[in-house]
Ligand binder design. Structure first.
Ligand code: BES
Ligand code: ZN
Length: 638
């Protein structure tokens, strides 16, 4: 993550009294703070679910690689709230071209319905307001997605592993579902879906739904998601994909060229699944499969239900980066089952998931590895806190008027997990595990606000916590204040202390690189070693390390990324060809953003960065391009 946002609106954080309003529900009589941000509508959606709710969508889409468009229709099943029979249906869209809209009641025929597209907002897109006859419960929108739809990346064959077929994938989180489906694009609304997807005959379509691994390639694919999910979890991918089973309920889809490596790397997935069930109760989504995307995928992973989307850059050959699989799997409880109702509550998704990830890693790979991962993450968080504006250090962040992505930093992830760790330490593991298990059951298939969690926490852990009660864990400070509370437990790793010793000896010149005791080091120890080195580091010293350990040739994307960052900082030119190759072949934003940001710090670096970016930009995902254009002050219209 480590994502610093450059433009910031500063505002004072609102302290919120716990108010017992759950989204999707009418506030109970006597609910507090009716006007507070925690009970108001989602600022990132135009929709009006309090009047009409979309319960189901039926998609019929033709995938056209020539036009870079999805063409077809979305038929929404809607439900009016009492007294809102006459309300228009307001949906979110972004760059969709709307052909016509029809509506129907019950089994009657569809009739044309008047609609209006609102003016486009840079972040939110355009509202689509549809006038409906009273009691209409089905609405069909005929539309086409735009060629630069924010959620979609259309890859040419050369951008794939096989080089023969094109590839398409979607990335809907946080608010990009609206760029390919007209919907109430707020995580507060949950819906089921079915889909018919037509593709070129030789390709396979997959969705975040029931996928039958045995489906023959026919050019027409049918999908069903029968559990209500938020719109940001609707996902589609189309390409030359094959399936490899991993376990009974788990498997991996990938291009043929990488399928075998992927299956080997992810062979522990079934174990992770069983370990999580043991902690937090049954996996409720049927199958858990992974889809390995081409390297331009802008994220590490995306927890699309039943089908996690993943970057190929985690295939290191030694399973060292599979905590990403644990993370996306953990979302099957935290995020997909219990969902943040607005993007201000994003830490409920990612902080919980990060905590659960650490627990899965501990269960499957042992406490030592889990501790190392926790320490590495805490280091990043502490680094971030040095520069991040205070308003952005708050778990329950105010994102009104901003892109929800500006809230995607180590705060929701690492600070969120640290908060849960504090609760675990204060109340004891057994009690805290039972509490979390109960929380997932209690809020299953619901979208909730931070205040819902606080209320539940007070009722089910704190008020019954006896001695270890609230006094030990400053809940409000964790959630509504910047920084890390003073009493937060510190993760530590004895293994890392040894790494630091070695690093010191090399830094002091006591030992040459070749004499360091690194034979048993895992990825985590290497990463810690690199981070323990000072900046600046003379080029000759960089060269000595490279000669001894071949960092510039590392097949581990995290190590290579860390090394390339150091290369830029220390102007270690021997690594520049590798830097260019990396920036041209990988589209994962977490890697690109720090590298380009480091490059633009000097004039020579900026020129190098610009020249690489010019070549690389056409291959990046729209989501990454938006971020990078800003860093490189790239004028889109040049
Ligand atoms: N849900 C996120 C990805 C995401 C967040 C997409 C916000 C769009 C907006 C996913 O679960 C995630 O956190 N991915 C991380 C990996 C993880 C191991 C920290 C990533 O992609 O780096
Ligand atoms: Zn996540």
């Amino acid at each position: 993550m480590n994502q610093l946002t450059s433009i910031l609106l500063l505002f004072s954080a609102t302290l919120l009294a716990a108010c017992n309003v759950r989204s999707n529900q009418t506030p109970p009589a006597g609910a507090k703070s009716p006007g507070s941000p925690d009970s108001s509508k989602d600022p990132h959606s135009y929709s009006n679910p309090e009047q009409i709710k979309v319960r189901h969508v039926e998609l019929e889409l033709q995938v056209s690689f020539e036009k870079k468009a999805l063409e077809g229709s979305a038929t929404l099943t809607v439900e009016h709230a009492a007294g809102s029979d006459d309300a228009p249906l307001v949906l979110d869209t972004q760059n969709l071209s709307i052909d016509r809209v029809e509506s129907a009641q019950g089994s009657r025929d569809f009739q044309s319905s008047p609609f209006k597209l609102g003016p486009p907002d840079k972040i939110l897109g355009s509202s689509l307001t549809i006038s409906l006859p009273a009691k209409a419960d089905r609405v069909r929108i005929h539309y086409t997605s735009g060629p630069t739809a924010a959620a979609l990346q259309w890859l040419t064959p050369v951008q794939t592993a096989g080089k023969k077929h094109p590839f398409l994938f979607s990335q809907s989180e946080a608010i990009y579902a609206r760029s390919w489906i007209p919907l109430q694009d707020t995580p507060a609304v949950r819906l089921t879906y079915t889909a018919t997807i037509r593709t070129p005959r030789d390709l396979r379509a997959l969705m975040s739904a029931e996928n039958d691994p045995q489906t023959p390639r026919s050019g027409e694919y049918h999908f069903k998601m029968t559990q209500p999910i938020p719109s940001y979890l609707i996902a589609l991918a189309v390409g030359d994909l094959v399936f490899k089973p991993l376990g009974q309920r788990t498997g991996v889809y990938a291009e043929p060229a990488i399928a075998a490596n992927a299956a080997k790397e992810f062979e522990d997935t079934e174990k992770m699944l069983t370990a999580t069930e043991k902690l937090y109760g049954p996996y409720r989504w049927g199958r858990y499969d992974l889809l390995v995307l081409p390297p331009s995928f802008p994220y590490g992973g995306m927890e699309n239900p039943r089908l996690t989307f993943a970057t190929p850059t985690i295939i290191a050959g030694d399973k060292s980066l599979v905590s990403l699989v644990a993370h996306e799997l953990a979302h099957s409880w935290s995020g997909n089952l219990v969902t943040n109702a607005t993007w201000s509550d994003f830490w409920l998704n990612e902080g919980f998931t990060n905590y659960v990830t650490q627990r899965i890693i501990e269960a499957v790979y042992g406490a030592e590895r889990a501790a190392m991962e926790e320490v590495l993450e805490r280091q990043e968080l502490m680094e971030l806190l040095k520069t991040l504006p205070e308003a952005d250090q708050i778990l329950h962040i105010n994102l009104t008027g901003r892109n929800p992505e500006e809230g995607v930093t180590d705060i929701p992830y690492a600070k969120g997990a640290a908060f849960l760790r504090h609760l675990e330490k204060a109340f004891g593991r057994a009690r805290f595990d039972a509490f979390l298990h109960g929380y997932f059951d209690h809020f299953a298939f619901q979208s909730i606000r931070t205040s819902d969690f606080v209320t539940y926490l007070n009722q089910h852990l704190i008020s019954s916590g006896g001695e270890a009660g609230q006094s030990n864990v400053p809940v409000d400070e964790w959630i509504y204040k910047p920084g890390i509370p003073a009493g937060a437990p510190q993760p530590s790793s004895p293994v890392f202390s040894k790494v630091e010793q070695q690093a010191r000896q090399w830094i002091n010149g006591q030992l040459p690189a070749s004499r360091l005791q690194t034979a048993t080091w895992s990825y985590h120890e290497w990463q810690h070693f690199l981070r323990s080195l000072p900046t600046p580091l003379p080029k000759e010293r960089m060269a000595q390390l490279d000669a001894a350990f071949h960092f510039s040739q590392s097949g581990n994307s995290e190590i290579l990324h860390q090394w390339l960052l150091m290369a830029i900082r220390n102007d270690y030119a021997l690594a520049y060809p590798k830097l260019e190759e990396f920036l041209l072949s990988v589209g994962r934003r977490k890697f690109l953003k720090p590298l380009y940001a480091e490059l633009v710090k000097t004039e020579a670096g900026r020129l190098r960065g610009m020249s690489i970016y010019r070549k690389a930009r056409p291959g990046y995902h729209p989501i990454a391009i938006t971020t990078l254009d800003e860093i490189l002050t790239w004028d889109q219209n040049r």
